[in-house]
Ligand binder design. Sequence first.
Ligand SMILES: Nc1ncnc2c1ncn2[C@@H]1O[C@H](COP(=O)(O)OP(=O)(O)O)[C@@H](O)[C@H]1O
Ligand SMILES: [Mg+2]
Length: 367
Amino acid sequence: MTKSIHIAIIYNEPTIETDTGRQFAFDAGVSHPHSGVWVSAARADGKIDLSEVGVIEEKEDIQSALRALGYETSIFNMSDDLDRFLGYLKAMQPDVIFNMVESLGDYAIHEMHVAGVYELLGLAYTGSGPLTLGTCLNKARTKEILIQNGIPTAKFMLVDSANELTADTLKLSFPIIIKPSAEDASVGIDNNSIVNSFAELQDRVSFITKKFQEPALVEEYIEGRELNVAIIGNDPPLVLPISEIDFSGLPSGYPKIVTYDAKWMDGTKEFEGTKGICPSVLPADVEKEVKSIALRAYNLMECRDYARVDIRLSKTMKPYVLEVNPNPDLSDDAGYHRSAKAAGYSYPEAIGKIVGFAVERYKQKRM
Ligand SMILES: Nc1ncnc2c1ncn2[C@@H]1O[C@H](COP(=O)(O)OP(=O)(O)O)[C@@H](O)[C@H]1O
Ligand SMILES: [Mg+2]
């Protein structure tokens, strides 16, 4: 009898700031009302920061799916401990890794280094390789690559400090949106992110560079619809039905963007007012162009197995790529799965397809 394939789901639990210093989300916990999972980030006003619970729910969803598919599975939390991680890989020798590590010691850049460890050890793992993970985290670098290859993306500047901005050197038109240059998941995006004057721009750049200790990405604001394009596979990759963020539930006057609260803070007006819908209803030619641009971005960034390309349409329906997300959130209620569902995949089917690519690589290594 052939031995069943052992898949290790590896993640690194995020830490959060608490009154007594940084703690792992799980340790600092309160029970999450929807899932019963322990989360840390309930605020005094009772609103709950779902970004902290995301990975915890996600790995359990994935484990159930993998078990249903007949794989032997284990879950390993790196807990920011490199020695334990290396010890685990040596001791357990998993056949395939379901890679869900997004950072180490709160440094998102270590996402690429962890994938580098799998490479060095010759382990098969799901999702993109180190170069893609590192480059896509650097939004400005990604945009340079896109522009070089004729893929439309909003005009931008990378600004180290507000002092270096002058009305003369500013080559962008208002409105402008300011983001941290190397964060994910709408971190640093709120209702004050869009500015309409040079004075506001300087204030916001100063706020972002101080808060995140990284350059600010200053971009022309694309006013229009927002689309998420999920892509699966490699030879060839397949574009799934396009998902759209419906901003119509936002109170009037709120900017139509996916702020941190819209994405994660259950109980806020932003969270309640932004809904993902799939499939998005688009004119046929626009849909075709959006899919083709997303696919080119996926190939250009050398994404593997699965990724999500975020796009905004201008008022005239011209698509602009905002960013490319390798290894996007796979939880049952996230955007990627909305598209997979619309394509007819059940949750275990989608997870099974993704892990299947890594299983194939594992088998090829053994041949
Ligand atoms: N140039 C832009 N024009 C319009 N909206 C933008 C632009 N850049 C970002 N946004 C808004 O901010 C959100 C987060 O930006 P994004 O670049 O996708 O970063 P991340 O999702 O990694 O935080 C987007 O989903 C979108 O709503
Ligand atoms: Mg995004």
